[in-house]
Design a protein around this ligand. Structure first.
Ligand SMILES: [Zn+2]
Length: 144
């Protein structure tokens, strides 16, 4: 099976962003390429295609992760709120996007148009260096 998220989870795929959090069932990293610092992707470690497939244990851990990441994003970006999205259409491996919705936000990113900030080419992304730096900052702010 050639699943990009399974590749990241097993560390067989060389993904440029460091792991921000790794728990028993989930792994978190900054999205890349991305126009937004703090656009985080939370992926379930087992290859699951839909939310109804996860276990209670996975669900409980996810709930904690969403809260701690939201707080870490609030502290680092001073965001107004967090967007939490999951469609699993691009990659059919269950994952969630958590995005800091900052006060001054581009009109073309409001609501579901937020995907415009991630469906981009590498040349239009914030640099790897900056996103890696930001990942380290977020990691330090995570408190379980
Ligand atoms: Zn997978």
């Amino acid at each position: 099976m050639d699943c990009m998220i399974c590749g990241i989870v097993s560390k067989k795929k060389n993904f440029p962003m460091p792991i921000i959090y790794e728990g028993e069932n989930w792994i978190v990293n900054q999205a890349y390429p991305s126009k937004i610092r703090g656009w985080l992707v939370i992926s379930v470690k087992k290859h699951r295609k839909a939310f109804h497939e996860i276990t209670i244990k996975e669900s409980l851990e996810l709930s904690k992760i969403l809260l701690m990441l939201s707080r870490a994003l609030k502290e680092t970006t001073k965001c107004k709120k967090e967007y939490i999205l999951s469609t699993n259409e691009g990659i059919e491996h269950l994952h969630f996007h958590i995005v800091p919705r900052e006060r001054k936000f581009k009109k073309e990113w409001i609501g579901l148009k937020i995907y415009n900030a991630i469906r981009i080419e590498e040349k239009d992304s914030i640099s790897k260096k900056e996103l890696i730096q930001f990942s380290k900052m977020i990691k330090e702010k995570i408190i379980f």
